[in-house]
Design a protein around this ligand. Structure first.
Ligand code: FE2
Length: 311
């Protein structure tokens, strides 16, 4: 079991070292995160008006909600304000924005489990992001938009940070996944049948759920085993998250230990520098390329079609 730091003021380098060792950081809301969740709330409330987005399952069908989310989520991801607010949040927490690269922020939804838990609102099974081609130095920043309940939050399995989990991540190649996402989106296929990396063993069903207030942040390593807790409440949960890598760690290949990830490809082309939205230099990306990085399959996905709920 790692340590949980609350509003720690330690330097970013030390914080990353601790995150790679399995510790978790909880940070209070700041002006930047309040602005970011304010934008998300405004967009949600406009999209679902005149209904409360947290109670939308009481007045609309699952199909209608899925259709609204299919428009809303990409609008949020590509909103120009997001690309300004994430660097602001980084600065607020002492991160050097000339060395910090981030992936576009995702808006997530988790509806009461009887309502909508597939496709665009997929309730994520226990996984590590590193089973989905994230580098071992990826950090996840997760922010609730409304107050959380233990039964509509995210669950962590701290035991497995230091313990390998038998899994089938070898089925996952990032470039093939993206190519199929594009095909699926083009066909307007509603049900996502793509097979995803999953644990291939029983897991000890003990999770820890952190409940920061709206605008607070949970920062954790992409190697943490985590899941969407099946929502047994009467309210929808909305959150947003984004992932970051730090240039120094990319170049030094520093990060969490890889206990069990066997996927191929890399998400390194997705991250944009916080100071000017530049991609990582090719020589940095090439450190993470494997022999699946060939020809047209290797694309930059900063503006990718994001029809899925994410990882
Ligand atoms: Fe994840």
């Amino acid at each position: 079991m790692g340590s949980i730091f609350i509003d720690s003021t330690i330097a970013d380098e030390e914080r990353r070292t601790r995150l790679y060792a399995g510790d978790i950081f909880i940070l209070s809301a700041t002006a930047g995160t309040r602005a970011l969740i304010g934008l998300a709330r405004q967009m949600l409330e406009e999209a679902f008006a005149p209904h409360d987005p947290r109670k939308i399952h009481e007045s609309k069908s699952a199909e209608d909600v899925a259709a609204i989310l299919a428009k809303l989520k990409p609008q949020f991801i590509h909103h120009p304000e997001c690309k300004k607010l994430i660097p602001q949040i980084m600065r607020e927490h002492g991160v050097d924005v000339d060395k910090l690269y981030f992936d576009v922020p995702r808006l997530r939804s988790a509806y009461p489990s009887h309502f909508l838990s597939a496709g665009i609102a997929y309730a994520f099974h226990p996984h590590r992001d590193t089973w989905y081609s994230a580098p071992m130095c990826q950090l996840n920043w997760w922010i609730p938009i409304y107050p959380l309940d233990p039964n509509n939050a995210m669950g962590f399995y701290p035991r497995y940070f230091k313990e390998a989990v038998r899994n089938n991540s070898e089925i996952y190649n990032y470039y093939e996944w993206n190519a199929r996402s594009r095909a699926t989106a083009a066909q307007h296929v509603k049900i996502d049948t793509r097979e995803q990396p999953k644990a291939q063993q029983e897991l000890e069903p003990v999770t820890v759920r952190y409940l920061p207030p709206p605008g607070g942040i949970i920062i954790f390593s992409g190697a943490q085993l985590h899941e969407t807790v099946p929502n047994t409440t009467q309210a929808a949960r909305y959150s947003l998250d984004f992932r970051t890598v730090h240039y120094d760690d990319v170049m030094r290949r520093r990060g969490a230990p890889n206990l069990d990830s066997c996927c191929t490809g890399t998400t390194m082309r997705d991250y944009l520098r916080a100071s000017d939205l530049a991609h990582l230099p090719e020589m940095a990306i090439s450190l993470y390329d494997d022999d699946t990085a060939r020809g047209e399959r290797v694309l930059y996905f900063g503006d990718k079609l994001v029809s899925e709920a994410g990882r």
